[in-house]
Structure formats: structure tokens, C-alpha cells
Design a protein around this ligand. Structure first.
Ligand SMILES: C[S@@+](CC[C@H](N)C(=O)[O-])C[C@H]1O[C@@H](n2cnc3c(N)ncnc32)[C@H](O)[C@@H]1O
Length: 238
């Protein structure tokens, strides 16, 4: 019996409030509980996107902005981050001021109803945010709508590990150790929601199918670290 709701408006409101509440410790816990792997996975994700200079990037579910900051270290592009949680957006804005980074801005908004014109974005990224969305199909249709012809979608998300041994270790860590450690620093149910949301997330092949059904002409997946995380790419034809 699941503890949390994994679809609909109940999920959306829960997710918004949860990320508002955990925002102060979000970055620290991410790096600490993943042993820094989150930084490595985001770097690999950005490499796979094969970003060209002078393009527009929309980072959906941007959280505290790390994907955008990492992209701007390497590429001369303009980045807009959008997130459901006002507190996460506030933190991202503070970080961009501290880092003195131009070409990046952050706004509050919903992945399922993006405040952008159709065919206006070159590349849309979403890192560890897709699983938290209430209606995957609606969001994917929005991603397809706002991307220009020739545009690219990149999703980075937790997956079920492809190795049985790693899967077993990951399950013990994710379900039993991580929530206990996190509860010392943050809202304890947030780190029970995390493993449950990964369990309820569709399989990697279902995600590829959803990408295609939403209009993209081609979808690819690339597993990282025994499939603990997966990069999904969607291509909108010229
Ligand atoms: C695990 S965090 C990921 C943040 C960041 N992308 C990263 O890589 O660290 C998930 C983020 O998704 C956001 N989110 C969840 N549902 C959303 C939605 N429907 N629209 C926009 N953002 C959403 C949450 O507010 C949260 O900041």
C-alpha cells in the first residue's frame, strides 16, 4: 500500500509544499546522500545533450538551478529555469547572484502548463524532476510544443538498476538507510517519498514510449552507473 499519492493534484500540492520545506537543506543532502554522484550524473547528462553555443535552454523543474549553472560553465547559451516551488526558485536566484552568472533567469511555473510560445526553445532539460510531475503525458506534450523543430529534450531520472546485486544494495540504501539519515536534517517524509516515487516511476522503456507518443520522432536512453540513473533524449524533427 503506497504512503503517497503518485498522480493528480494531490501529488502536485504535496510536491510543491515538500520542496518548499526541504529547500534549505536540498543541495547539501543531495551531495551528501548520493556521495557526490548527483554532480557526476548531471555532468554526464549535460555532455550527452551535445549543446551548441548561442541556443536557448529551458531547464524545467530546475530546483536550485545546478543544471543551468553547470551548462553555463561550459557553453555560451541562455538558460531559463522554471520550477513549481517558489522557495526553490528563490534559492536558485540567490545562487545565480552569488555566482555572478548572467544569461540565466528563474521563474515559478508548472511543467504541465509552460508559459512559453510554441516552437520557441532549442533544448529542454529536466533533471530529477520528471518523476515528481503529476501528469507525465501532459508535461511531455508541453515539452514537445515549446521546442523548436530540430529541438532536443533531455530527461535525467532515477531508474531501477540493471544489475540485480546493485539493485539489492540500492534498495536497502534507498528505503532503509537514506530516509533515516535524512530525517536528522530535513522533513522526514520527503525521503520516504523519494524511494517510493522511484518504485512507482514507469520503466525506462515505458518512458521512451511516452516520449514518442507525445510527438517526438525519436527517443533514446542511456543508463548511468548500472542504471541507477538514466538519461532519456527526445528529438523533434526539423
Ligand atoms: C528533485 S528536484 C530536482 C531539482 C534539480 N533539477 C536538480 O537536478 O537538482 C525536483 C524539482 O521538481 C520540481 N517540480 C515538481 N513538479 C513540478 C512541476 N509540475 N513543474 C515544475 N517543477 C516541478 C520541484 O519543485 C523540485 O524543485
Amino acid at each position: 500500500m503506497p504512503e503517497f499519492s503518485h498522480t493528480g493534484n494531490v501529488k502536485k500540492e504535496f510536491v510543491r509544499k515538500m520542496f518548499d520545506d526541504i529547500s534549505p537543506s536540498y543541495d547539501f543532502l543531495n551531495h551528501f546522500l548520493s556521495f557526490g554522484m548527483d554532480i557526476y550524473w548531471r555532468k554526464k547528462f549535460i555532455q550527452k545533450l551535445n549543446i551548441k553555443n548561442d541556443i536557448s535552454i529551458l531547464d524545467v523543474a530546475c530546483g536550485t538551478g545546478d543544471v543551468g549553472f553547470e551548462i553555463l560553465k561550459r557553453h555560451s547559451v541562455s538558460v531559463t529555469g522554471i520550477d513549481l516551488s517558489p522557495k526553490m526558485v528563490e534559492l536558485a536566484q540567490k545562487k545565480s547572484l552569488q555566482k555572478k552568472m548572467d544569461n540565466i533567469s528563474f521563474i515559478e511555473g508548472d511543467a504541465e502548463n509552460l508559459p512559453f510560445e510554441s516552437n520557441s526553445i532549442d533544448c529542454l532539460t529536466i533533471s530529477y524532476g520528471f518523476r515528481n510531475i503529476s501528469n507525465y503525458e501532459k508535461a511531455l506534450e508541453e515539452f514537445y510544443r515549446v521546442l523548436k523543430p530540430g529541438g532536443k529534450l533531455g530527461i535525467l531520472e532515477f531508474s531501477k538498476p540493471t544489475s540485480k546485486i546493485i539493485g539489492f544494495i540500492f534498495k536497502i540504501y534507498f528505503h532503509h538507510i537514506l530516509p533515516r539519515i535524512a530525517s536528522f536534517f530535513s522533513r522526514s517524509d520527503a525521503y520516504r517519498y523519494l524511494p517510493e516515487s522511484v518504485d512507482f516511476f514507469p520503466s525506462r522503456h515505458d518512458i521512451c514510449r511516452k516520449i514518442i507518443y507525445s510527438g517526438f520522432q525519436r527517443a533514446e536512453l542511456h543508463d548511468l552507473t548500472f542504471g541507477v540513473s538514466t538519461i532519456f533524449l527526445g528529438y523533434k524533427d526539423e
